[in-house]
Design a protein around this ligand. Structure first.
Ligand code: GLN
Ligand code: ZN
Length: 767
């Protein structure tokens, strides 16, 4: 009979217990004992649940108080020098200091604070990890007992777990090098003995197997890098008497497949959701006799009930080729990326629940698949039947399938993704129609979301205040925002976004085709969790979404007011997306809904409309050869949303990051009239890529960092504007902050924007 595995269980708890415990500890409301007890309770609950459901390999060390990569840094003693640490074991406070930095007050007068480690996205997920820091003199030593402790903790509960480690090669490749021309893989020989020592300790503690994650094997790799995996596992295979199970996920191994199949280990895990054809590729290539394959069949990145009949066929193919004792059934990747339990969603109706599976339900699916493959038809019939019903229900549901939306997508033609005139013509018309000065000043959309704003929105949601009261309150916020901006002297005003909590949820709630959950949280980073909407059906816009607020704002001022929308790619990227049609298709539907809103705003007299796409870049596939396919439809969707307007209407977009070099062609193709981007932290250096490409539209490179409470001086901003002018034409340049101001306070925002406006005036006069 095939065995079953899980690569990792969500650690935050079905009700975000870990978030509360960790934050309580940080702000002094909870003791360390409290926090550790909560951690132990969550681990026990999750181990027992998986064990009770009949899973063979229950993972351990998938738990973390912050992040699994940070845990690995602690494990091998990769603590950057700036953190106070005695070089012995990394205690919890050092660990949190690495994650969050140290303030002056934490250091008792010894220094002025220490910067946290950098955070970045875990492959193409919305989970963020802490980036290890390496230099040629980095030294490693076994500096944490977490792995052993958690193994023993589970063993004491009578559960034999399989500890999960991040593999040494991936760990090094995921880090950043502190020196030029230094290759972190040079550290591999120093790192392996620490892994070896740990494996020996696990062996001594009674463990029989470990799961070692090497997700970097699914990305583009050089020959040297491929050789590093081979060398690493030749060493680790001899380090202890433990079975090594190598896990790859988030894509296909492709040209790295022979390397992976050649590793001297017990099993290799393949992601058969993202890399559908991989099983056949592996079987064609030839699987060594002593290697088992672990089949990543149940989607660990999405929330849909699996098609068990079709997955069973894959299991059977593998069994025919390898024999059932060399086949392991599991999720495509760790279940960290999905919510804990559908049982915690009382508001979803039975039909909706039928479509969905969260982590707990996915474990049931995995166990049923293996059971069924072993011939147990009777006990598995209920869940198989449910899977069939889910597929039928989704295909038949009138809520999901809207022929009108499908007809509209089929009817998309070239004219819909093209503006009437070219950029230069539009620029002239817009400058005229909108009466803009040189170096126009504006902001990115949101103004401070004060406690009052958040509390009033919550009160409205809870039904504590009436709709009329709520709307009057929002109008008041708009009045204030407009008045402030007029006083400051900005050229293009915004309404301030007080009516929005989350920029995707706000639109999703008003669109058809979206489901919202109550407790379906997934970890984003540290204690931060998000609750992504679920795009389950065909998307359309029953009514205007923002026109009411924008029209109101427009009536309060003679200045130009800019409308503010979230773009289709970002809405897609930050949601769970239906798996019964291509993502591009779903994105086109969203784009059409946004297009409707754009045209309604224009008809209501809004002459500048910003469509935010902060998630545009993060949709890039892991493999460079797949970028073009993605960029083609992502650009098309932006144009579909934006190109319906007249030449005189200015289309703005905003992206809050600074890496454009490799996607600048796509950015040009989006054909926005103005793009605002983050630039102040890189001191305008990123503009070089726009210069090399002779970017044809207008750009507002952020002239001050909104992430910090500091008020920038007029001189400082002037210097940055001049730097931008070294690269860009005067007619092209806009002056604005890096991003929205919702996390700031008015006391910071007001003087900062005043200085920004003054700086723009000074530069205008100096010409
Ligand atoms: N318009 C949004 C705001 O100002 C943009 C947010 C973002 O780029 N993430 O808040
Ligand atoms: Zn931004």
């Amino acid at each position: 009979m095939p065995t079953t595995t899980n690569l990792g269980f969500p650690r935050i708890g079905a009700h975000r217990e870990l978030k509360r415990a960790v934050e309580g500890y940080w702000n002094g409301e909870r003791s360390k004992q409290d926090l550790l007890a909560e951690g132990a309770e969550l681990r026990e609950r999750h181990w027992r649940k998986q064990d009770d459901l009949g899973l063979d390999f229950v993972p351990a060390n998938d738990f973390s108080y912050y992040d699994q990569v940070l845990d690995t840094c602690a494990m091998v003693g990769a603590v950057p020098d700036r953190f106070p640490w005695d070089g012995d074991t990394v205690d919890l406070d050092t660990y949190f200091a690495m994650a969050r930095g140290l303030q002056e007050k934490d250091l008792e007068g010894e220094g002025s604070g220490v910067q946290a480690m950098e955070m970045t996205k875990w492959f193409d997920t919305n989970y963020h990890y802490l980036v290890p820091e390496f230099a040629s003199d980095t030294e490693f030593s076994l500096s944490s007992t977490k792995v052993i402790d958690e193994y023993e903790e589970a063993a004491a509960l009578g559960i034999d777990t399989r500890p999960v480690l991040i593999g040494p090669v991936s760990f090094l490749l995921l880090g950043k090098s502190q020196e030029e021309d230094f290759d972190a893989l040079d550290l591999l020989d120093d790192l392996l003995p620490v892994y070896g020592e740990l494996l020996q300790e696990l062996d001594d503690a009674g463990a029989e197997a470990v799961q070692i994650d090497e997700p970097t094997l699914v990305a583009d790799r050089s020959d040297e890098e491929r050789a590093a995996y081979t060398a690493a596992y030749e060493t680790l295979a001899d380090a202890a008497d433990l079975d090594l199970h190598i896990a790859t996920y988030f894509g296909s191994l492709a040209e790295n497949l022979p390397t992976a199949l050649g590793l001297p280990v017990e099993s290799l895990h393949l992601d058969l959701v993202r890399g559908e054809g991989q099983l056949d590729e592996a079987l064609d290539h030839g699987v060594p006799d002593d290697l088992s394959l672990s089949l990543g069949l149940v989607d660990g990145r999405n929330v849909w009930r699996a098609d068990l009949d079709s997955l069973l066929e894959t299991v059977e193919t593998a069994i025919d080729a390898l024999g059932s004792d060399r086949v392991i059934v599991g999720p495509s990747c760790s279940l960290l990326h999905v919510p804990v339990d559908l049982g915690a969603e009382p508001a979803l109706d039975d039909e909706e629940k039928l479509w969905l599976a969260f982590a707990t339900q996915k474990i049931e699916e995995i166990v049923a698949l293996a059971d069924r493959a072993a011939g147990n038809t009777e006990d598995t019939e209920t869940i198989f039947e449910r899977s069939r019903r889910a597929i039928e229900a989704r295909a038949d549901s009138e809520w999901i399938n809207d022929p009108a939306v499908q007809r509209r997508v089929d009817g998309i033609d070239d004219g819909m993704v093209r503006r009437d005139s070219d950029r230069d013509t539009r620029r002239a018309l817009q400058r005229d129609a909108l009466d803009l000065p040189e170096l126009p000043t504006t902001t990115i959309g949101s103004f401070p979301q004060t406690d009052e704003v958040r509390e009033t929105r919550a009160a409205y949601k809870e039904g504590e205040i009436s709709r009329a009261e709520y709307e009057a309150f929002i109008e008041g916020r708009i009045d204030d925002a407009i008045e402030q901006q007029e006083e400051i002297g900005l050229d293009v005003l915004v309404h301030g976004e007080s009516e929005r909590g989350d920029m995707v949820e706000y639109f999703g709630r008003q669109l058809d085709g979206f489901l919202f959950t109550e407790n379906a949280w997934v970890q984003s980073y540290g204690s931060r969790c998000v609750r992504p909407p679920i795009i389950a059906g065909d998307v359309s816009r029953p009514e205007p979404m923002t026109v009411r607020w924008l029209s109101y704002a427009n009536e309060q001022t003679d200045e130009l007011v800019k409308g503010m929308l979230t773009g289709p790619v970002t809405i897609l990227q930050w949601s769970f997306v239906r798996d019964d049609q291509p993502r591009a298709e779903t994105c086109r539907q969203i784009a059409l809904a946004i297009r409707d809103e754009v045209l309604d705003l224009e008809a209501a007299g809004i002459q500048a409309i910003q469509i935010d796409e902060p998630a545009f870049r993060e949709g890039l596939p892991l493999r460079e050869r797949q970028w073009e396919g993605y960029l083609d439809w992502a650009v098309e969707c932006f144009r579909l949303a934006s190109c319906g307007v007249a030449d005189e209407t200015g289309i703005h977009t905003h992206m809050c990051y600074a890496e454009f070099e490799d996607i600048i062609g796509a950015i040009v193709d989006m054909d926005a009239d103005v793009i605002t981007i983050e630039a102040s932290r890189s001191k305008m250096e990123l503009l070089d890529s726009f210069d090399d490409f002779e970017y044809p539209s207008d750009i507002g490179p952020g002239v001050y960092d909104i992430h910090s409470p500091r008020v920038p001086s007029v001189e400082e901003i002037e210097t940055l504007i001049h730097k931008a002018l070294d690269v860009l034409d005067r007619e092209q340049l806009w002056v604005n902050p890096d991003c929205g101001l919702k996390t700031r306070r008015w006391v910071e925002v007001e003087p900062s924007l005043e200085n920004m406006v003054q700086a723009a005036e000074n530069v205008r006069e100096s010409s």
